[in-house]
Write a protein that binds this ligand. Sequence first.
Ligand code: SAM
Length: 261
Amino acid sequence: TSFGFKNVPEEEKSRLVGNVFSSVSSNYDLMNDFMSVGLHRLWKDRLVSKLNPFPGMKHLDVAGGTGDVAFRVLETINSIKRRALQDPLEDRLIEETQIYVCDINPNMLNVGKKRAIQRGLGEDKSLVWVEGDAEALTFGDNSMDGYTIAFGIRNVTHIEKVLAEAYRVLKRGGRFLCLELSQVDIPVFKELYDYYSFSVIPALGELVAGDRDSYQYLVESIRRFPPQEKFASMIADAGFEKVEFENMVGGVVAIHSGLKL
Ligand code: SAM
């Protein structure tokens, strides 16, 4: 049995999505590497390079899970700081960086906190872990320089609400960036990709995580997510400007971006 989410009431859908991530949290990072053959690391690097992090920034990573994106943002800022320290005229260092990792699932955040300690980032006060819903953020209006959401928006109940909240919390000039599994539209490659998603991924889920259903659901949710052009127009409808997207691996993933001007 797979998750037939189409006929499920909305509250029930949220609960089921919660279950999926509770069930996968301990295997989550391992499965990411398996399913994307390690590529998710490069995609996240690309996302963060588009963000252009800077010391003193207030950044919000929504659906931040086990911290992958937040760690990259912080490590980029730390390396800028290390370089700047060698410059005696540099005074940007006084500013306090804050990177908020917001996720609806406390299990994912707990795995993230442990990983932060393992990476030597546990003492870093710049990382703030917040349990919360992307559709109803607890952060103030115009409070963030940047907003990222990686492999998160596909699972929410109302995409429009998430985009409206992203727009609300960003400062003027702030950038919205979304990394998401998207639609492949290249003949032959599409057929291969469909086979990989519908046959190989659920089997891998069974084998590695002992959980076929959760991975079956993840695959189905990719196919239901709006195609790149449509999603871009939803971002523009939320008020963002200079909306664009970049496909990677023929659209297996795409990075959408927009500015609040
Ligand atoms: N961004 C991380 C990454 O790329 O490794 C985690 C991605 S994981 C596929 C999706 C995450 O979205 C899960 O941690 C899940 O708990 C979270 N999530 C699902 N619905 C959410 C919501 N409404 N608000 C906040 N987080 C949500």
